[in-house]
Design a protein. Sequence first.
Length: 407
Amino acid sequence: MGTMTQHEFIRFLTDLPEEQMKAELTKAFTERYGAGTEEIMMIASPARINIIGEHIDYNGGKVFPAAIDRYLYVLLRKRADTTIIYDDIRFPGALEFSSTETFCYRRENQYANYLNGMLAMLQKGGYKLTSGFEVLFFSKLPAGGGISSSAALEVGFGRAVAELFGFKVDAVELAKMGQESEHVFMNMQCGIMDQFSIAMGKKECAMLLDTATLEYEYVPLVLGDYRIVVMNTNKQRALVDSKYNERCAECMEGLALLQKIKTVYNLCDLTSADLSAVEAAITDECIFKRVRHCITENERVLAAVAALKAGDLPKLGELLKASHDSLRRDYEVTGIELDALADTANAERGCLGARMTGAGFGGCAIALVQKDAVAEFTARVGKAYTEKTGLTASFFACEAGDGAHRV
Ligand code: GLA
């Protein structure tokens, strides 16, 4: 870090090409923890976007996410004793634990809960930490921004620990551990989509994932003259986890009602053809709307994948718009900020379609934008968004990147 302030150092790191950044991070690591004989391991773990298939990964639906070319980095090295130390370039300060302890959630442990949750899952899987270790994080992902920085942290850290100790944990197992850690450690009843896409992502591809069976197919993300632009509401997110868990509970209620009239394991086993029977069985309008979203969204995913494979980008754009509408009216997870972004984006020339991505209630949206129009698009949408909400959105174009990997 030399004579730079912390802020200057972060800017400097962020702008460096990966090879140089790697060297600088290694230097920062040895400045922080001292030179040592053990190898320093480095893992890059990506953010994800979900192109379509929202809030159905806990209803046995098909989803269509992609890891993107934006990463957080985990550096770690074994210690001779049992001490575990976490530190983060953006949030300096050591958080200390022991490799022999039983890990449990504690509010004061902040981001370390995501890490200790993974260690607890590894221990539960029979993987034994044979020593302590020291860790330094550096993230290029907007925290809490709806592109799953928490899953990137879990999966990246899990991959790093597994490599450091030679645990034979494959990517799917790691993704499942990340999800279970969210359930039991963080009390967030999420689906598998985020952890799966971050663990299994592949450059230039999105993946069609069947969340009922975990079967998946990589689909080349061929967008021709179009780019995916991520639009961050920069809204302070509050109570997302409890609202998320509330939606899960509503879906379970809908499923239980339907199971009285039909053999059905997941809401997404149903199709639009079942909708009138569903409406007759569910008298509560709110629950019916949640179920209708799941059924129609699942169908939109299949239509979107078919459109992409056929090179029909306007059709893909229409499906993105329809997905946002359903999340707004039936699932009610968008809110004024995401609606403002999606509405202004959808009215722009050069944009084929836009929708929220991730859990919603703030966070990010994505738009499919003609590549030469991106600069004008972000300027105009940004201006209109500020006028409507008083907030400042941020934008970046992204491509599909590789899942968590060693660098
Ligand atoms: C969050 C969850 C995912 C998924 C999305 C909504 O990102 O972690 O499992 O449910 O919301 O599609």
